[in-house]
Design a protein around this ligand. Structure first.
Ligand code: ADP
Length: 478
């Protein structure tokens, strides 16, 4: 029997108005299940339910909120293999990475269970005699969560967990293509002791359900992760209605490889950062900037390493790189490879669709030699496609690394303390890595970028309090 993933509104499972297959990008002949899609009316209903339920949740004790989040985290951790398998099937990430992501989602709920007990505040003396000042944090209200498909458990977790920890209610709209993970998360939350309406799941399209969420009068804040194009549209609408918004969007992250680097470490960082998760990470190392003396050797070692990678079904033993997540992304990757060819970027390795004997979106990881002005070196491709660029020296490498509209993450591989220190200070990004891939961050510290990559307050760790609460300053004359 086909499993059908439904929405969850006001404490009830909702079959919706239509349904569609939940595709398995590793095997198009074996869909994961079906998902029932709701419409704009359901999204507005969910916001109303969340608005009605929020005051009671805000009034729950920190311990009650912590207990709920802790239960959710414990269950996710206990079921990480099954949840990881579902993730691998519908998103295409290799099983080991998928199980790792499920575990991370569980740890994030555990982290914010603790944060619910540590909501910060301040007490200061006034400049006026006999007056005390208290600064406290209150929930924002109803938080909308619009998530992408590339981390279908971890990203919803790092938005939903802090929202609930600080006393908000939530309406979660997952991306098309990953309803199974969203449903699994909602199913766990539905049994964790939340009052009806505090958490709602609305599965549906971006333009219909996503837009209805954004424009619902009772929505108080929106946390979005997705493309730059969609983010731009959301920002204009949000600004028009004065909505608090936080957005994480694209990246075109540079990994600088200096001549003094441990070359084998640099190649491992580049392979992991550029190609793992099929390159579908906003922190992917998609620009490899290599100092001239080691350029040829680096390219040679990269192509050797790429030849050793196995592209295959997400749940198959030995798969290093799974399929591209969906058809439109697959077509976009191929279109960018064509753009690269037409603008003169040299294809050094890969870039061909593959047929491992099963119908899916399989693509050989590709390495292009590009020039700074090439579109493939400037625009986010979001696939297993990386560009390598030559830098004359450190200053040139830093200039190339910063020469982008994006500013999420940058990395450097070097054994020089001077280069590492200078790079950490001068990379125009929100996150900087030394001798590590640009992708792969810790869940308990701030995540986010600069320039076109991000908008609004940082996510994750203690920094999440900024977005999910609002500050109140109280004066008392004693
Ligand atoms: P991608 O191109 O990687 O799918 P998107 O930015 O289109 O990235 O999608 C990210 C999330 O934003 C998804 O949940 C999607 O449904 C949602 N979305 C897309 N368009 C809109 C829109 N106009 N309004 C609200 N949400 C949208």
């Amino acid at each position: 029997m086909v499993q059908r993933f439904e929405s969850y509104i006001a404490g009830r499972w909702v079959a919706g108005s239509d349904f569609a297959p939940d595709e398995n990008p590793s095997d198009l002949d074996a869909p994961v299940g079906e998902y029932a899609t709701v419409d704009a009316g359901h999204a507005r209903e969910a916001v109303e339910a969340a608005h009605a339920a929020q005051p009671a949740w805000a009034a729950a004790t920190p311990q009650q909120r912590a207990d709920v989040l802790d239960r959710v985290g414990s269950e996710i951790l206990a079921r990480k293999e099954a949840l990881g398998r579902l993730l691998a099937l519908e998103e295409g990430k290799p099983l080991s990475e998928s199980i790792g992501e499920a575990a991370r989602a569980g740890q994030i709920f555990k982290f914010f269970a603790g944060e619910a007990l540590r909501i910060p505040g301040e007490r200061l003396a006034s400049v006026r005699p006999g007056v005390d000042i208290e600064i406290t944090r209150e929930p924002v209200g109803v938080v909308g969560v619009i998530a992408p498909w590339n981390f279908p458990l971890a990203i919803p977790a790092w938005k939903i967990a802090p929202a609930l920890a600080y006393g908000n209610s939530v309406v979660f709209k997952p991306a098309e293509g990953v309803p199974g993970c969203a449903w699994a998360l909602a199913e766990i939350l539905s049994r964790a002791g939340l009052p009806a309406g505090v958490f709602n799941l609305v599965i549906g399209g971006g333009r219909s359900v996503g837009n209805a969420l954004l424009t619902a009068p009772r929505l108080d804040a929106l946390s979005f992760t997705g493309s730059v194009a969609t983010g731009g549209q959301l920002l204009r609408t949000a600004a028009g209605r004065g909505l608090k918004i936080q957005m994480e969007m694209g990246g075109k992250n540079a990994l600088v490889v200096m001549a003094d680097a441990d070359l084998e470490l640099a190649v491992r960082c580049a392979i992991d950062g550029a190609y793992f998760s099929t390159g579908q990470r906003c922190t992917a190392s998609s620009r490899l900037i290599v100092e001239a003396p080691v350029y040829e050797r680096f390219v040679e070692r990269m192509t050797q390493s790429l030849a050793e990678l196995t592209v295959g079904p997400a749940v198959a033993e030995g798969t290093d790189i799974g399929p591209v997540a969906n058809r439109s992304q697959f077509e976009q990757d191929l279109a960018y490879l064509e753009v690269g060819r037409s603008e003169g970027a040299e294809l050094l390795w890969g870039g061909r669709p593959l047929d491992p004997g099963v119908r899916g979106y399989y693509l050989q990881p590709a390495l292009l030699a590009a020039q700074p002005g090439h579109r493939v070196a400037m625009e986010e491709i979001f696939g297993p496609v990386a560009c390598v660029m030559l830098a004359e020296d450190y200053d040139h490498a830093l200039q190339l690394a910063n020469d982008t509209e994006f500013g999420l993450c940058s990395g450097i591989c070097t054994t020089s303390l001077r280069h590492a220190t200078h790079f950490k200070r001068h990379a125009q990004v929100g996150m900087v890595m030394v001798n590590l891939p640009t992708a792969g961050v810790d869940p308990h510290v701030a995540f986010g970028g600069r320039k076109s990559s991000s908008y609004g307050a940082r996510e994750q760790g203690r920094y999440a309090v900024e977005f999910y609460t609002t500050v109140k300053t109280a004066y008392t004359a004693a």
